[in-house]
Ligand binder design. Structure first.
Ligand SMILES: NC(=O)C1=CN([C@@H]2O[C@H](COP(=O)(O)OP(=O)(O)OC[C@H]3O[C@@H](n4cnc5c(N)ncnc54)[C@H](O)[C@@H]3O)[C@@H](O)[C@H]2O)C=CC1
Ligand SMILES: O=C(O)C(=O)Cc1ccc(O)cc1
Length: 308
């Protein structure tokens, strides 16, 4: 058992991320009371069946009124509406955080509504799967993974330290950076790979009349890896695209330019160029594995991903 860190934690949204956090809080006994709220009655009922909280309510206002830590885990496009609903009911001194995949937009949506009496510290655990909903969460999701905090300038240091400790207790390594930097970095390492996966699977689907069942038949290859990413939640990824528009478009422009250059190398039979690029990228993969980043996910996490 670990030491309790908060009296009451309110979880707004109880999907993959919210429910994984709930399971961690419960297992590590980090709060005396976990309050769960979510938009739909069906999801709240399921959270109850899974025993994810101590109290359940459909009212976000009711959920946050006694909370010392409020964690918003909803699609990023819903952040503003959540902030409006909770603003007048937050306890002075409470820490309000989120887990959204974009940071600039979440800050722009939430910060204007939140009272100065609370500590608003946006966050983003770089950990997840292609699954969603309260059944998809599991203990260990955040272990060995980075969590990025983007506290606005002037945020209370002690509040940041408390939130940092919370994520470290869940097994994460914590970094702080400004939201613009976060959005650029995540655009290339996470948002683009998902967009490329959605695109390639869509293209293959459009070609299906040509290849007939071959897409399915031979998908035990590289294509299969793309279908995993392309199976991610459509609402979540629609919102990420709409809410990190500038950085994603900038990275896509770079990507298209490089793709055109690759296309040219293939057209003109420039084998040296292809070989040089493929050698460089292989070294990147190897250095990631050497740094332990690829094995950070525990075996049961991998297993859970394959099973669902
Ligand atoms: N799925 C992933 O791999 C990761 C997701 N994130 C971020 O975490 C957040 C939550 O994602 P997941 O847990 O994967 O999603 P999810 O789809 O599993 O769960 C979303 C939750 O939000 C609730 N919700 C949906 N729309 C809402 C609205 N308009 N108002 C209030 N509640 C609403 C749903 O009822 C559900 O409880 C997103 O902002 C996402 O960008 C961050 C890291 C990884
Ligand atoms: O499933 C995967 O491979 C992911 O990349 C999970 C993921 C999705 C979104 C995030 O903001 C962070 C992590």
């Amino acid at each position: 058992m670990m030491a309790q860190q908060f009296d009451t934690i309110a979880l707004i949204g109880i999907g993959l991320i919210g429910s994984s956090i709930a399971r961690e809080i419960r297992e590590k006994q980090l709060a005396a009371t976990i309050v769960v709220t979510t938009r739909s009655e069906a999801t709240l009922k399921r959270a109850g069946e899974l025993g994810l909280g101590d109290r359940y309510t459909l009212s976000t206002a009711e959920a946050v009124k006694d909370a010392d830590l409020v964690i918003v885990s909803v699609p990023v496009g819903a952040s503003g509406a959540v902030a409006t609903e909770i603003a007048a009911h937050l306890k002075p001194g409470a820490i309000v955080t989120d887990v959204g995949s974009t940071k600039g937009s979440v800050i722009a949506q939430m910060m204007p509504h939140l009272p100065k009496t609370v500590h608003f510290i946006p966050g983003h655990p770089i950990a997840g799967t292609e699954h969603s909903g309260p059944d998809a969460g599991f203990v260990g999701l955040f272990r060995g993974r980075w969590c990025i905090l983007t506290p606005p300038p002037g945020t209370d240091e002690e509040a940041v330290a408390r939130l940092r400790l919370f994520w470290e207790t869940l097994g994460s390594m914590v970094d702080e950076m400004d939201p613009e930097h976060h959005d650029k970095v995540l655009a290339i390492v996470s948002h683009l790979p998902h967009i490329i996966a959605y695109n390639i699977v869509g293209t293959a689907d459009d070609l299906e009349t040509v290849t007939e069942s071959e897409v399915i038949k031979y998908s035990a290859s590289g294509f299969r890896d793309f279908t995993r990413l392309a199976a991610s939640d459509p609402i979540m990824w629609r919102d990420v695209c709409l809410h990190n528009k500038e950085a994603i478009l900038e990275m896509l422009a770079r990507f298209s330019e490089d793709l055109a250059s690759l296309q040219r190398a293939i057209r003109w039979g420039d084998g040296d160029k292809l070989f040089d690029l493929f050698t460089r990228t292989r070294a990147i993969r190897r250095s990631i594995i050497q740094a332990g980043q690829d094995t950070a996910m525990p075996d049961f996490g991998r297993h859970a991903m394959d099973q669902k």
